[in-house]
Design a protein. Structure first.
Length: 377
């Protein structure tokens, strides 16, 4: 390899690492909008240093887990707060570790001893990096925050405080007060390898009504009739801040060597704002008996009312945190890889006449890389 080739490869590697960091920060802000810089730090710190600092010994770890479960259960019983929509969530930009919410124990999906064992083994066997390597890693994450996410609460003040603590050797930080007050987190950190092998199936397959994942190539329905005849709901946003609308324009296929779903949303629709702001969206298909609900969601705006509740459909969330519906028979999760309005200059007579005869904004096209396809068991 020549010096020039090696340098080009180095630059490409750095660029890819930066993209992964941006994606991880965006994901956290989508799921937890009240995150401060301190909470971003905690996520990346957990990804690189694991939970070892939390385990003085197994007996104390067990006692603390049981105590926290008791508090969690009591708080839920009096309605102090609700369980999170996410059962688990990878941390950082590498996903070496996963936050597993303690609700999986309360709901009987995983018993306390199994979660404790996974947690302890993660602390003893998990992948961690050195202090110097972590300080270098954080400096890279900090640069991305300063350049691309200056609006995160805490901003330069949090960054300065964190830099001071890290320089003094204090690497482990708690969640911010704002995060704790907003989300009341109760979770344990588990090594991703242990999670995938021992816990994931129990969490995702033990709940009645859970959907089964298939590959995009296993979708056998005609894509034209799938959209034009049966209709679909395109939904974007995060718990507490999302919107959905009925669509009959869409397509499935391959683009840029990726399996994709493409949808079209008029700029006059409230959902357009959510498609613009969010990096992911879902497309849900329903049995024919829900046609009336889809008709309602396509003819009413969510700008001034809770139209989902009025439609009679049941909003739920997939393990990734993306919105879905309990009545859906198939849901496609997609990561937005392209979004732009149609160019009026490039329109032929068909689209020109369409928009001339209707009082609505020009549509934007959104291409989503298909990440998951779920079908109802």
């Amino acid at each position: 390899m020549t010096v020039a080739s090696a340098w080009a490869l180095c630059l490409l590697t750095v660029a890819c690492q930066g993209d992964a960091t941006r994606e991880a920060i965006s994901r956290q802000l989508e799921q937890y909008p009240a995150s401060r810089v301190q909470d971003i730090y905690k996520s990346f710190c957990q990804d690189n240093l694991g939970p070892g600092h939390l385990i003085p010994d197994t007996a104390q770890a067990r006692a603390y887990l049981m105590s926290e479960l008791k508090v969690y259960r009591e708080d839920l019983s009096v309605g102090r707060y609700r369980k999170p929509q996410l059962r688990y969530m990878p941390v950082g930009d590498q996903g070496n570790y996963v936050r597993v919410d303690l609700s999986v124990v309360l709901d009987g999906l995983v018993d306390a001893e199994t979660l404790l064992d996974a947690f302890v083994r993660s602390a003893n066997e998990g992948k961690v990096i050195s202090r110097d390597a972590w300080q270098q890693k954080w400096s890279e994450v900090e640069a991305v925050i300063r350049e691309d996410f200056p609006e995160i609460p805490g901003g330069s003040g949090d960054l300065a405080a964190i830099d001071s603590l890290v320089s003094s050797g204090q690497l482990i930080l708690h969640h911010s007060e704002l995060f704790n007050e907003t989300y009341h987190p109760h979770y344990r950190i588990v090594d991703r390898r242990i999670f995938d092998k021992e816990l994931k199936d129990k969490i995702t397959k033990s709940t009645p009504g859970t959907m089964r994942e298939i590959q995009p190539t296993e979708i056998k329905e005609n894509p034209i009739s799938l959209f034009d005849e049966t209709w679909a709901l395109v939904t974007a946003g995060v718990p507490g801040k999302l919107n959905t609308m009925t669509i009959s324009w869409g397509s499935l296929g391959e683009l840029w060597n990726k399996p994709v779903v493409t949808v079209y949303v008029s700029s006059s629709r409230y959902t357009h704002e959510f498609m613009e702001r969010n990096g992911r969206f879902t497309v849900a298909f329903f049995p024919e008996r829900y046609r009336q609900a889809l008709n309602y969601l396509g003819t009413h705006s969510g700008r001034d009312s809770d139209k989902i509740a009025a439609s009679g459909l049941t909003l739920e969330f997939l393990d990734s945190g993306q919105p879905s519906f309990a009545e859906a028979r198939m849901v496609i999760e997609a990561r937005k890889i392209y979004g732009a309005p149609f160019s009026t200059e490039g329109m032929g007579d068909v689209p020109a006449q369409f928009y001339a005869s209707r009082n609505l904004g020009v549509h934007s096209v959104y291409v989503g890389e298909i990440e998951h396809v779920w079908v109802r068991e």
